[in-house]
Design a protein around this ligand. Structure first.
Ligand code: PBG
Length: 330
């Protein structure tokens, strides 16, 4: 009887044997999330005692520098070891002056944060769009973002962040040659030990919408498609990653994350640098909105998205879910 059945069945592999219990599943799990995988973005604003909720990003706030100590303690207790700072300036102008001011909001926040938590790495977003009156990531000349004229200001911004104590500077502007310009400026200023995380393949994405509300950085004319990448271009993304590595980037980033997992996987194959992925504001907002409506199990969906990003090849994930995910995964 038994022999007869075996003869009838084709030979096949029983994958389900190792899926039978949670213990077995855990033993053969290939990808695990850990709190040290995450970099938590923070929005810092001038003032005291401020903790303003960001409407389109539930659970995220604009914080005044005095709030950073509590934030640092919470992150440490969760095992999250890195933050990425964004600033809201007191005033905007044509050339984004506060981006590279010694007493700018990010410079103040770096000092406050490092005082509170020297053991947590402070990454800073190096860009002009939060600081310029026109909302573009570089200087505007004759209605166009002037690449080469922007490089000097971006380099000044990176130097001033590094001087204030930033552990890593992360240019997100997408001007050509900015990694080389920033590396040269840091080295010339005695900051040769400050690493650069390049937003190397950064796409002109609709998924940045909530972020632009958070920091009021939407361009006042036109859009960012003249410098950020066309979402349709994969080969070009790999060229951008390669170029930033050649210019001296210590770490590379693909941004956004979930819609660009193919490029993350390709970058992992190609690049020898640590690779970061940015799960951006729109990716976060989608999950939050669906969860608020009861349409998704938030915890399961968020952990699934983050696991996919890591499985595709990210060593580090910049995510607004850092705290919750550290709690869930830890
Ligand atoms: C600055 C910058 C942006 C983001 C990170 N750095 C906005 C943009 O390029 O328009 C987006 C982050 C997010 O959506 O979470 N240039």
């Amino acid at each position: 009887m038994v022999i007869e059945r075996e003869l009838l069945l084709p030979s096949f592999r029983r994958f389900r044997r190792l899926r039978r219990t949670e213990t077995l599943r855990a033993l053969v799990r290939e990808t695990r999330l850990e709190p040290t995988d995450f970099i938590y973005p923070l929005f810092v604003t001038h003032g005291k005692g401020l903790r303003e909720p960001i409407g389109s990003m539930p659970g995220q706030f604009r914080l005044s520098p005095d709030q950073l100590m509590a934030e640092a303690h919470e992150l440490r207790s969760l095992g999250v070891r890195a933050v990425l700072l964004f600033g809201l300036p007191a005033a905007k102008d044509e050339v984004g002056s506060e981006a590279y001011a010694d007493d700018g909001i990010v410079q103040q926040a770096i000092t406050a944060f490092k005082d509170a938590a020297p053991d947590i790495a402070v990454f800073t977003d190096v860009c002009l769009c939060e600081y310029t009156s026109h909302g573009h990531c570089g200087v505007v000349h004759g209605g166009e973002v002037d690449n080469d004229a922007s490089l000097e200001l971006l380099a000044r911004t990176a130097v001033s962040h590094a001087r204030a104590g930033a552990d890593v500077v992360a240019p997100s502007d997408m001007m050509d040659g900015r990694v080389a310009a920033i590396r040269a400026a840091l080295d010339a200023e005695g900051l040769a030990t400050t690493p650069i995380l390049a937003y190397a393949a950064k796409f002109a994405s609709a998924f940045y919408g909530p972020f632009r509300e958070a920091v009021d950085s939407a361009p006042q004319f036109g859009d960012r498609r003249g410098y950020q990448m066309d979402p349709a271009n994969g080969r070009e993304a790999l060229a951008e990653l390669m170029e930033d590595a050649l210019e001296g980037a210590d770490m590379l980033m693909v941004k956004p994350a979930l819609p660009y997992l193919d490029l993350l996987a390709a970058a992992r194959e190609m690049a020898d640098r640590p690779l970061a992925a940015y799960q951006v504001s729109g990716e976060y907002a989608m999950l939050k909105a669906a969860a608020a409506n009861g349409w998704l199990d938030e915890r399961a969906a968020a952990l699934e998205a983050l696991t996919s990003i890591k499985r595709a090849g990210a060593d580090l994930i910049i995510t607004y879910y850092a705290k919750e995910a550290a709690r869930w995964a830890g």
